[in-house]
Design a protein around this ligand. Structure first.
Ligand code: CP
Length: 312
């Protein structure tokens, strides 16, 4: 396996910058990386001498750790910037922070920030490629890639598959990136949630279906994805209570029966168990939620390998 010039030095802000062929190339590379992850000795020397910085200015468990594991498995050096114990707390600007990190010889930044467009700013300040690990409500392209990879790996194809994504569509950066990637690859996406958590014109913007009734939305779904209620991003009372939300939209044994038998169950995590999904479904044989996390390492390895010009 070898990186190709079209990926080297390129940032990933969202999937709209990548063609369907390029997305499939990343997924194929991730398949190779997954094989490495399954070995007893999981490390290869391809990015020895490169330095990856995870610049996380917003909380994360799986995205930050899987970026760091991905870089380590490819033998890159990893520096982990954590906002809560950094000089950002003393008022240092993002620009000065990036200038400081850049002076230490960073080759690739993986960033999470609450402000949309921060990844582009980091690229502007550093001149280095940047992978977006989630910017505000805007985008989370590596989550979308790992979601698509997980479906492709399990079901063997993507075109024509029906996925229903349920929950807080308004505040979700995951759903926006998923919609771009999944529709590009020929999947049929239905989004479902309360009207107050549904942005306007979703059909026209993303080419998806919009449903407000869960049973109707789940009809014939091959895959069902729950989304986290983003309580930290809700500034207005958009529905009466979490109990009220749950009564109409929770993924449970009772509601999931409207989807195809054995439909895959997904969730990007972290989950609010008991609100958007019940344990009986999250931990069921149909659930690939843990697999999604494992696949995240392989997908991020593939991206780093391609962007930093790796060779095997
Ligand atoms: N799915 C996801 O982005 O999880 P974290 O917030 O834990 O990184």
């Amino acid at each position: 396996m070898e990186s190709t010039p079209q990926f080297v030095g390129r940032s990933l802000y969202d999937l709209d910058d990548y063609s369907s062929d390029e997305i499939m190339y990343i997924l194929e590379a991730a398949k190779g990386m997954k094989e490495i992850n399954l070995r007893e000795y999981k490390k290869i020397p391809t990015l020895r001498g490169k330095t990856v910085c995870t610049l996380f200015v917003e909380d994360s468990t799986r995205t930050r750790m899987s970026f760091e594991l991905a870089a380590s498995r490819l033998s890159a050096d990893v520096v982990s910037f954590q906002a809560t114990v950094s000089s950002l707390k003393k008022g240092e600007s993002l620009q000065d922070t990036v200038n400081t990190l850049n002076a230490m010889g960073i080759d690739l930044y993986c960033i999470r920030h609450s402000s949309p467009g921060s990844p582009q700013l980091v690229h502007k300040y550093s001149g280095k490629p940047v992978i977006n690990g989630g910017d505000g409500r805007h985008a989370h392209p590596t989550q979308a890639l790992l979601d698509i990879f997980s479906i492709w790996e399990r079901l063997g194809n993507l075109k024509g598959l029906k996925i229903t994504i349920v929950g807080d569509i308004l505040n979700s950066r995951v759903v926006r990136s998923d919609l771009i990637g999944m529709t590009k690859l020929g999947m049929e996406v239905t989004v479902c949630g309360p009207r107050t958590l549904m942005p306007a014109n979703m059909e026209q913007i993303y080419g998806c279906k919009v449903e407000y009734d869960l049973a109707e939305a789940l009809k014939d779904a091959d895959i069902v994805m729950g989304l986290r209620m983003q309580l930290e991003r809700m500034t207005e009372g958009l529905f009466p209570s979490l109990e009220e939300y749950s009564r109409h939209y929770v993924l449970s044994k009772e509601t999931i029966k409207y989807a195809k038998k054995d439909a895959l169950i997904m969730h990007p995590g972290p989950m609010n168990r008991g609100i958007e999904i019940l344990p009986e479904i999250a931990d069921s044989a149909q659930s690939i939620i843990v697999e999604q996390v494992a696949n995240g390492v392989a997908v991020r390895m593939a991206l780093m390998f391609l962007i930093l010009g790796g060779k095997l």
